[in-house]
Design a protein around this ligand. Structure first.
Ligand code: SAM
Length: 214
């Protein structure tokens, strides 16, 4: 098993550096995917857990009737999210807390949706995190993932392979495949892949939805 603790410390250090500039760099690029993540999560029901809430860029996109809980590993990113919650009327945000995606401090079956925007590819043990998301979901609830997710077959992965070194240099690798999440769902047997949609810009990001069986 990898030294998860060490990796998490690394993530915290990386995001301590990103926190002051994250919104300025990513607000526009990620907005479409974030808006669609929030809409898909809210369509599953009002009780929503956002994992890797970061600086809270997604929070204004949830409809007012939702009850949103946001968790993240990085205290520095969370401080920015807390500033947004204080400075903007976001009454649907009920709690912001420090937490690892792989060790969620919630009871089983309490959320209608787990929104995971731009996080799953960063988690050292994504299957363990996905198990946690499935655990805290109610039956019929959904996991909504937005990320740079790669395909396995066809022309697109070949193009991705050619541009991979450039993408890696700017921090957007295609190494994390859609099929990894689909295999996880198949292994469990109680999670169904509802679909994968291309998202702005030009399908560079993907939105993947999975539903927990009743
Ligand atoms: C690219 S940012 C995305 C932030 C936000 N979801 C958004 O769309 O703007 C990734 C966030 O995931 C958090 N993160 C990384 N690994 C995590 C983990 N294991 N558990 C919880 N949060 C994690 C980071 O601290 C960071 O805030």
């Amino acid at each position: 098993m990898p030294d998860v603790q060490y990796d998490l410390e690394g993530q915290r250090r990386i995001y301590a550096r990103w926190a002051p500039i994250y919104d300025a760099v990513y607000r526009r690029l990620l907005a479409d995917a974030q808006r669609r993540t929030a809409a898909a999560a809210a369509a599953a029901g009002p009780d929503i857990l956002e994992v890797g809430v970061g600086t809270g860029l997604v929070l204004p996109y949830y409809p007012a009737h939702c009850r949103v809980v946001g968790v993240d590993l990085s205290e520095d990113m969370l401080r920015k999210a807390a500033e947004k919650v204080r400075g903007t009327p976001l009454p649907h945000v009920k709690l912001i807390a420090a937490m690892d995606a792989c060790r969620l401090g919630f009871a089983d079956g309490v959320f209608d949706a787990v929104a995971v925007p731009f996080v799953i590819t960063l988690v050292p043990d994504p299957e363990r995190a996905l198990d946690e998301f499935a655990r805290v979901l109610k039956a019929g609830g959904e996991i909504v993932i937005a990320s740079k997710l790669g395909h396995d077959e066809g022309l697109i992965p070949r193009v991705e392979e050619v541009v991979a070194p450039l993408m890696k240099r700017v921090g957007w690798s295609s190494a994390f495949k859609i099929s990894r999440i689909a295999r996880w769902a198949k292994r469990r047997g109680d999670m169904e892949v509802l679909g994968v949609e291309p998202v702005f810009p030009a399908g560079f990001f993907k939105l993947m939805r999975l539903r927990k069986g009743c």
